[in-house]
Design a protein around this ligand. Structure first.
Ligand code: GLU
Length: 550
């Protein structure tokens, strides 16, 4: 077979050679050990937490080594393309603090290794495809869908591996004349790789996360170019990662099964392999069982979940770091005030068996992270979030800026600070009692206080209440009211002699708390009163008195 003639026949318009592109995209001039990484999402409109997990690994590898972190868009699948998806990807990553040195951006592309949209790289793929045809390592296959289905059925009935390979790859052996004839009939074809692998052979490859892998050789004649001339992922990533001079390919473990085909393609073209880093799936525990996060079942898989609820990007980032590297939490304990960027991220410390993703853990991390963010900044974040996701409260937040900041600050000082704040939706709920529009009585007054007593206690509280009282004076007054009405002035007195009292001072203050903020638990109620101001305090107590119909 004259492969050269076949190559020209299949790609008459491709006049560039691989060496042209080798020159156009030269080896990068970076310092020793600098890593070049990329994320390569498809613009499907769905960015998930797994993408972010992988992207952080890429970003850390590049930035820690003085390398390059880039964004390439894998948009070869027309059917899956969604309008506005590229912007959504960039916005989402940026929101979580990930920016790119090179590649696709909002205002176009940056970098000398583009285009960074796969859909614009057709000539480059075809040039490499043409080279493979010339080498006798790729061939056109005119099989129709029906024929392939037929083949599959036959293989299934014989209980052998399905696919296009070996003796089943019948169009491998078409003669040049046969090919010419079919082309002249305008028959549509895909371009297949001609594998020389053997099903029985294994080979070893180092995965930077998983160590040495022993894999079976590829033996399938996988499709390189679809009938419209557009490459499959398998072929496109080989070409792109080579010409973009990517050093480390971080991608999900779902690609492990096709890794042998990728390796064979790199070898067939004569290129060095990048370092492969296959990350583990994100898992969750459900009813005691570990399972993969699923798009259908788990809203927390999508990044918009975190944006809509108003998780602070620093909290999500911190949490991702804890699942990225098993030694991160230990490092964080020893370095509570350092930036996560000071931690030395390594691929070896990544999970290989499934990284556990747990919202409760994220919430705990978020509490710690928010504690370190000044209340003023949390206010600004809340305001920004409300502007996007809860506009009905923006006005309230703006009008009450000082009070909101004070409410957010309560109990955050000292060596046992309160950790009340997690994410915006919850934070607003947490302080919503302050706004009359949102105030509601959520909890009941303690059981041991009957309605008549409650009314009386609140009435006496109203009479003695003086906003100028300091915290001690204020509480002494409550103690007195409690005692005068048959409640122990101290919880311990009540514990000692429960028969002597109806309850204790805590029950009385809980009643006041419920009247004021509608809840039985909250940060320091004296402080809350100081923020509310006298009028609001009096109005709330009076309202509660009026609500009690006895
Ligand atoms: N487009 C592929 C994906 O979204 C990229 C995989 C890779 O990083 O190579 O899974």
């Amino acid at each position: 077979m004259n492969y050269k003639e076949l190559a020209n026949l299949l790609f008459p318009d491709i006049d560039k050679t691989i060496s042209y592109y080798e020159e156009k995209y030269p080896k990068r001039n970076l310092k020793d050990g600098a890593k070049v990484t990329r994320i390569a999402p498809s613009p499907t409109g769905f960015v998930h937490i797994g993408n972010l997990y992988g992207a952080f690994a890429d970003e850390r590898l590049a930035r820690q080594s003085g390398g390059v972190f880039m964004l390439r868009i894998e948009d070869t699948d027309e059917k899956r393309k969604v309008e506005g998806a590229v912007k959504a990807i960039i916005d989402a990553f940026e929101f979580f603090g990930l920016t790119f040195d090179e590649g696709v951006g909002i205002d176009g592309e940056t970098g000398d290794y583009g285009p960074y949209f796969q859909s614009m790289r057709k000539d480059i793929y075809q040039c490499v495809a043409k080279y493979l045809v010339e080498q006798g390592r790729a061939y056109p296959c005119f099989c129709t869908e029906e024929e392939l289905l037929e083949l599959r059925k036959k293989q299934e009935s014989e209980k052998i591996t399905t696919g296009y390979y070996g003796k089943w790859a019948r169009e491998r052996n078409l003669t040049l004349d046969e090919i010419k004839e079919r082309l002249s009939r305008n028959e549509s074809f895909v371009l297949r790789f001609k594998s020389i692998g053997d099903e029985q052979n294994t080979f070893e490859i180092e995965d930077a996360i998983r160590g040495t892998l022993t894999l079976r050789e590829n033996y399938q004649d996988i499709v390189l170019l679809k009938s419209n001339g557009i490459p499959t992922y398998h072929f496109a990533h080989v070409v792109d990662d080579h010409f973009m001079r990517v050093t480390h390919v971080v991608r999900g473990e779902e690609w492990l099964s096709t890794l042998p085909a990728h390796v064979e393609m790199f070898r067939a073209i004569g290129w060095d392999l990048p370092v492969y880093c296959h990350t583990a799936h994100l898992m969750k525990i459900e009813n005691g069982n570990k399972r993969k996060l699923s798009k259908r079942k788990d809203p927390e898989l999508g990044l918009t979940y975190y944006m809509e609820l108003g998780y602070h990007p620093a909290a999500v980032r911190e949490y991702i770091m804890t699942i990225l590297n098993s030694n991160y939490e230990e490092w964080r304990m020893a370095n509570p005030d350092s930036s996560y960027e000071e931690f030395e991220f390594t691929l070896e410390k990544m999970s290989t068996s499934g990284a556990m993703f747990d919202l409760e853990k994220l919430n705990n991390v978020s509490k710690d992270v928010l504690l370190k963010i000044p209340a003023e900044d949390i206010y600004e974040f809340l305001l920004e979030w409300s502007g996007k996701y809860k506009t009905e409260i923006t006005g309230l937040l703006e009008k009450n800026k000082t009070s909101v900041i004070r409410l957010l600050s309560i109990g955050r000082e000292g060596n046992k600070p309160r950790k009340d704040l997690i994410y915006c939706e919850q934070i607003f709920d947490f302080i919503s009692y302050f706004f009359d529009e949102y105030f509601r009585i959520a909890d009941r007054i303690p059981e041991n206080i009957d309605e008549q007593d409650a009314k009386k206690l609140l009435g006496e509280y109203l009479k003695t209440y003086d906003p100028k009282d300091d915290q001690n004076q204020w509480f002494e007054k409550i103690r007195k009211i409690a005692e005068a009405n048959g409640y122990a002035p101290r919880p311990k007195d009540y514990k000692k002699n429960p028969d002597l009292y109806k309850g204790h001072v805590g029950d009385v203050s809980t009643t006041i708390r419920i009247a004021l903020i509608g809840r039985a638990n909250s940060p320091d109620i004296w402080e809350i009163q100081q923020i509310m101001g006298e009028d609001k305090v009096r109005a709330r107590i009076e309202n509660m008195i009026n609500r009690i119909k006895v």
